[in-house]
Design a protein around this ligand. Structure first.
Ligand code: ZN
Length: 433
C-alpha cells in the first residue's frame, strides 16, 4: 500500500471510514474522518435520503504512536424527503462509536480492561487518553457492567465463603465501613460484594438468590462472626458450616496480644518499647512452636521470665498454641479431642481474656471441627484479599460502593473477557536460543 489515504486508513483501522486529513501538535494527533456511505435510506420508510449538512464531533481514541488521538468525525445529517414519513432528519451513527460517551468503543473497552482486569488507576488511563476521570469511569461502567452481570460468570457454587473486608477507612465523618465478600471457594472467585457486615446484609443477599442455587451450596465457610451465623440461619440450614481456620487461629493470636499489652502496661506503666522484654518477644510468641528453634525458644522463655511475673502471658501463649494444635491434626477424632482440650484449658485459666477465648471456641466448636471433615477454609480467599487490596490501592479510597464492587468483580470475579484481537507475533525475542 503506497497511496497516502490508504496508508492512513490502514492505520486508523475503522472499516467504513475514510481519512480526510491529519493535524498534529506535540500534545495530540487529530485525524479528520468521514463515513464512506454516499447513499443512505431513511430508517423510517426506506426512501433514499438527502444529505443535510454536517457537524464535526470529536472523540477520543486509543493513543496513536505515543500521543493521545482525537478523531474529528464530520458527521453527516440526513433528511427524508418523503412527506408522509414521520422521520425528518437524523445523524449518522457507527457501531465503532459509543452513543453515550466521548470515547470510541475500542478505547472504552481498553479502559475497562486496564482498570478492571489489570486494576490500573482510572486517572492513569485518563491521562493516557486525554480525557477526564469521569469519562474513563463511564466507559468502565458501560463495558464492565454487562461482563459482571453476565449470568455465565457465576455457576453453581458448592462451597461458599463469606468474608468481611473494610472498603472505606474511617474519616472524621464516618467510622470504618465494612463490606461482605461472597466467594466461590472452589473456583476461587469473588461472586459478589455487598455493603455492610451485619446479619441482614448477608441475609438479604441470600434472599435474592434463586432457591435452587442455594440448594446446591453444600458448605459455607465464615469467620467467627455471630452476625454471619445469624444471617445464614434459616437460609442455608442444609449446608455444613465451617469456621475458617485462619480466623480461628487469629482469634488465639489476638487474645495473646491483648494479654501481653495489658501485662506490659500493668508492670511497666507504658506501651511496649523497643527494649521491653515482652515487646521484644511479641513476634516470637506468635510463631508456631514447630517453627521456633532452640535459641528463639530460649529467648522467648527469658522474655516471659523477665516481663510476665504472674505468668498471665504464658497462659495466653499456651492457649494460643492449644488452638493451633487443633489444625496440626488431620484426623477428625483427634481434632475433636484437641478442641475440647483447648476449651477446657482456657476455661480453667485465671485470666479473663483467655476464658473469653474458651467461650468463643465452645460456641463455634461444631463449625471448627467441620473443617476437618469438609477440608473447607477461606484459605483461597486470602489470595483474593490480596487482589482486592490491589484494587483498593488503585482506587485511592472509593466514594461509590457501586464503583468499588464493579472494579473488584472485574478484577477477581472470573469475568469472561471478550477476545480482543489475535495476539501479535513476538518480533525479536530476548530469550536465549
Ligand atoms: Zn422516511
Amino acid at each position: 500500500m503506497t497511496d497516502a489515504t490508504g496508508v492512513a486508513e490502514a492505520m486508523l483501522g475503522l472499516p467504513g471510514f475514510r481519512v480526510l486529513g491529519v493535524e498534529e501538535s506535540a500534545a495530540e494527533v487529530v485525524i479528520l474522518i468521514e463515513m464512506v456511505d454516499e447513499v443512505v435510506g431513511c430508517p423510517g420508510c426506506g426512501v433514499l435520503a438527502r444529505a443535510h449538512g454536517r457537524a464535526a464531533v470529536d472523540y477520543r481514541d486509543l493513543a496513536a504512536f505515543g500521543r493521545p488521538a482525537r478523531l474529528r468525525w464530520h458527521k453527516r445529517r440526513w433528511r427524508c424527503e418523503e412527506s408522509a414519513c414521520a422521520t425528518r432528519t437524523w445523524t449518522e451513527e457507527s457501531s465503532a462509536f459509543s452513543t453515550r460517551c466521548l470515547l470510541t468503543n475500542r478505547a472504552g473497552a481498553e479502559c475497562c480492561r486496564q482498570v478492571g482486569r489489570n486494576a490500573r488507576p482510572v486517572i492513569q488511563m485518563a491521562h493516557e487518553l486525554g480525557v477526564c476521570w469521569d469519562t474513563v469511569m463511564d466507559a468502565v461502567r458501560e463495558h464492565g457492567e454487562p461482563l459482571v452481570d453476565d449470568p455465565e460468570r457465576v455457576g453453581q457454587v458448592s462451597a461458599l465463603g463469606v468474608d468481611e473486608t473494610s472498603w472505606l477507612a474511617a474519616t472524621k465523618d464516618h467510622p470504618t465501613l465494612y463490606a461482605t465478600g461472597l466467594v466461590d471457594l472452589r473456583a476461587k472467585i469473588v461472586i459478589d460484594v455487598v455493603p455492610g457486615n451485619s446479619s441482614t446484609d448477608l441475609a438479604s443477599w441470600l434472599d435474592r438468590q434463586p432457591p435452587e442455587w442455594l440448594e446446591g451450596v453444600r458448605v459455607v465457610a465464615t469467620d467467627l462472626a455471630e452476625s454471619y451465623r445469624a444471617g445464614l440461619d434459616g437460609r442455608l440450614d442444609h449446608a455444613i458450616r465451617v469456621a475458617d481456620p485462619f480466623h480461628v487461629v487469629r482469634l488465639g493470636n489476638r487474645c495473646l496480644d491483648q494479654v501481653r499489652r495489658r501485662v506490659q502496661n500493668a508492670t511497666l506503666g507504658h506501651r511496649g518499647r523497643k527494649h521491653d522484654p515482652l515487646y521484644r518477644i511479641r513476634k516470637l510468641m506468635l510463631t508456631g512452636t514447630e517453627r521456633l528453634e532452640g535459641p528463639g525458644l530460649d529467648r522467648m522463655l527469658l522474655g516471659l521470665r523477665l516481663g510476665d511475673p504472674d505468668q498471665e502471658v504464658l497462659g495466653a501463649w499456651l492457649a494460643k498454641e492449644s488452638v493451633r494444635d487443633v489444625y496440626l491434626a488431620d484426623d477428625p477424632a483427634e481434632a475433636e479431642l484437641l478442641v475440647d482440650k483447648a476449651i477446657e484449658g482456657c476455661g480453667m485459666d485465671p485470666v479473663d481474656e483467655v476464658r473469653s477465648l474458651g467461650r468463643t471456641l465452645s460456641r463455634w466448636r461444631a463449625e471448627i471441627l467441620a473443617h476437618h471433615v469438609t477440608g473447607a477454609s477461606n484459605g483461597p480467599t486470602e489470595g483474593l484479599n490480596l487482589l482486592v487490596k490491589k484494587v483498593k490501592r488503585a482506587g485511592h479510597g472509593f466514594r461509590s460502593f457501586a464503583n468499588y464492587r464493579l472494579r473488584i468483580l472485574l478484577h477477581t470475579g472470573g469475568v469472561n473477557w471478550p477476545a480482543q484481537r489475535p495476539s501479535a507475533p513476538c518480533i525479536r525475542t530476548r530469550s536465549p536460543r
